[in-house]
Design a protein around this ligand. Structure first.
Ligand SMILES: [Zn+2]
Length: 677
């Protein structure tokens, strides 16, 4: 087995913050794996960074009236902080707009170019003559031929979901200038993926049938069965890494060419700072390259990037690509555009000091082999029943009883007690699961050791035996202390903040994983421990209810057909409604109210009577305009004095998009005094 582990986690796209789906499907499992490998004594490089190129970023910038750099600067900071807050232990978290990345990806491209690995192809692309720019499909809008949506994009209609090409749009227009785009010939560089089919077949289909996850293996197999085609590695765009060739002005590397090279660039940045040689991790057979990704990235990490590295010639192939399925939220697909998500940075704010609770909840429902679901109720149960009720309870009892009865000194006990066998057994079991990327099983195995310890105390009842049998009590707490320290050590990859608290309570240093497997005594008799704060606290119903309400609010907002519509007012019953007396009426006289710019004094024939109404419509209508208008009036509104004039009733008005008021009137002329309802 290799001593070096080159571990990457999918580059988050710097177009929005990170949510629990990303965390459960990539970053937390990758972090557990990296931490665990470090504990085995492996030479680990755990590398990630923000992916800052690509069309969605330029589109977002355009919409918000800022530069693409502004967008990526903002989200890079938010994402980076969320990861740090949640204990994701990257050795390097960089970004694809870094200088080193530009150099590295341009060098990579040039090497392939000089080796003759690209084909050059001329194709016709849409071009905006006024903006003097080629247009990505996303930059062309028009009418969807399928549903008539007038704001369909050149690649997709978001209303009916159909996939489109720009030529299918009716009345296509450039988003840059609003003009009709023209077709223009342009040259780009393609990687002929079809030439790598046999290599991919041999390496993955024949070589990794048994050790890669079935979902990953199956998807690669299906891509290869369908046959691969040459794929453009450059684009006509002005946001990205410029193509480093003469005559390639206005062209950048395709974001999926440059993004995975980011793993290499960031490793170089880390290596330079730490006196390492990046090639030991990327170009040496003594290194295991492992990519943690979501299932939507399989093609890029198992087909395109390996083909690029194969074409280059100097790189090792990934040892494994443990791709995860998707996590749903409250039985609905997580969606950034619908804001249906639990955002990492919001969780950190709402649950201060409780990072490990989220790590635990997400790992225990990690979508390893199929899509899985996160619910707030489940989150609460996992905290209250498992972390508080079992794990936290056990650690706390051991520490408190030792402090209370033995002045905080570990008592004597039987170093050959059969209960101590469980420690090494569980350490090995967790190791085997983690080596096999089975994170949920590993977590369950860990929790079973906490259950074992908790049950041991419940059965032996040291709080009772202390009154009758001191020697027996010493032994129970000696054994309890060994299990507690083991739990701290085994918790570290999963729950690093809690592990540190346990080290502090028991005044111990973190151990190598192999040492836990091979020893029964982890804390010696006579060792002094510290007082024990609670590791976890109950999460109450109102806290969970507030989170559910937050999602409920999102659901209501998503139903709006007009984003500017205010939320519905509190419900009323039918009796409330029948109290309201609405009638048709006609304005028969109108005059301005002195020293009041907004008011008109109206005389209204309501059919029931002729009365005076003061109305705030003077900025929308002249008195002449309203005379003779049929309107609707709230007849039984209690009279009130406005500027000394008694106003009897209220006319129904609405506001137009230009801010001017308009009367609510019947479609056809009707008699005055007719009830409305
Ligand atoms: Zn459509």
């Amino acid at each position: 087995m290799s001593n070096r582990k080159m571990i990457t986690a999918a580059l988050p796209y710097a177009n929005g913050p990170v949510h629990i789906g990303h965390l459960a499907g990539v970053y937390i499992p990758a972090d557990v794996y990296a931490r665990f490998q470090r504990r085995l004594g492996k030479d680990v490089a755990f590398i990630c960074g923000s992916d800052e190129h690509g069309i969605p970023i330029t589109i977002r910038a355009k919409k918000e009236g800022v530069t693409p750099q502004d967008i990526v600067d903002k989200y890079h900071e938010i994402i980076k902080k969320s990861f740090a807050d949640l204990g994701i232990s990257f050795d390097e978290y960089s970004r694809t707009t870094s200088k080193k990345h530009y150099e590295t990806s341009q060098d990579f491209f040039k090497t392939l170019y000089e080796k003759g690995k690209f084909t050059e192809e001329v194709s016709e692309q849409y071009f905006d003559e006024q903006a003097n720019e080629f247009l990505a499909d996303r930059y062309i809008v028009g009418t969807c031929p399928n549903c008539g949506n007038e704001n369909a994009y050149g690649d997709q209609c978001e209303k009916c979901g159909s996939t489109l090409s720009p030529s299918e749009l009716i009345n296509p227009k450039s988003m840059l200038s609003g003009n009709v785009p023209v077709l223009k010939a342009t040259k780009n560089w393609y990687l002929p993926l079809n030439e790598y089919e046999s290599f991919l077949n041999e390496w993955i289909i024949e070589g990794h049938k048994d050790d890669w996850k079935p979902n990953v293996y199956g998807q690669v197999k299906s891509w290869l069965n369908d046959g691969l085609k040459p794929r453009a590695m450059t684009r006509d765009l002005n946001w990205g890494v410029p193509v480093p060739l003469p005559g390639a002005e206005g062209k950048v590397l395709y974001v999926w060419f440059d993004a995975p090279i980011g793993y290499i660039s960031f490793t170089k940045e880390w290596a330079e700072k730490n006196g390492k040689d990046w090639k030991d991790y990327w170009q040496s057979e003594g290194s295991d390259l492992v990519h943690f990704i979501g299932k939507d990235n399989i093609v890029f990490h198992c087909i395109i990037f390996p083909s690029m590295m194969k074409a280059h010639g100097d790189y090792i192939m990934p040892k494994n690509v443990p791709a995860f399925e998707f996590l749903n939220l409250e039985n609905d697909k997580i969606s950034t555009s619908r804001n249906w998500a639990v955002w990492a940075h919001e969780y950190v704010e709402d649950f201060p000091g409780q990072q490990d609770v989220l790590r635990y909840a997400l790992l225990s429902s990690a979508p390893e082999t199929k899509d899985n679901n996160f619910t707030w109720k489940d989150f609460q149960t996992k905290n209250n029943s498992e972390l508080v009720g079992i794990f936290g309870n056990f650690i706390n009892r051991v520490a408190v009883l030792i402090n209370k009865n033995f002045d905080g000194v570990i008592p004597e006990g039987d170093i050959n007690a059969p209960e101590l066998e469980e420690i090494g057994f569980k350490a090995t079991e967790i190791k085997n699961y983690l080596e096999n990327y089975e994170f949920r099983n590993a977590l369950t195995s860990f929790m079973n050791l906490a259950r074992f310890g908790n049950k041991y105390l419940a059965d032996e009842e040291p709080w009772k035996t202390i009154k009758t049998d001191l020697e027996k009590t010493k032994n129970i707490l000696f054994i309890g202390a060994q299990i507690a320290v083991a739990l701290g050590n085994l918790a570290e990859p999963f729950l690093p903040f809690t592990a540190q608290k346990i080290y502090d309570i028991f005044n111990v240093k973190q151990m190598n994983w192999n040492d836990i497997e091979n020893s029964k005594v982890l804390i010696e008799t006579g060792h002094k421990i510290n007082v024990a704060p609670l590791l976890f606290s109950q999460i109450e119903d109102d806290v969970i209810e507030a989170q559910i309400q937050k999602l409920e609010q999102t659901k209501q907002n998503n139903k709006k057909t007009n984003p500017n519509a205010t939320p519905m007012k509190e419900q009323i019953n039918f009796d409330d409604f029948t109290k309201i007396d609405l009638r048709t009426a006609t304005i028969i006289e109108a005059e301005k109210v002195e020293k009041a710019d907004k008011l008109l004094k109206l005389t209204v024939d309501t059919g029931v009577d002729v009365r005076t109404v003061v109305s705030g419509i003077a900025e929308s209508f002249t008195p002449e305009e309203v005379i003779g208008k049929q309107v609707m009036i709230l007849l039984n509104l209690a009279p009130r004095k406005i500027r000394g004039i008694e106003s009897q009733g209220m006319l129904l008005l609405t506001t137009k998009s230009d801010g001017k008021l308009s009367f609510v009137t019947p479609d056809d002329q009707v008699e005055n005094g007719v009830e409305i309802g």
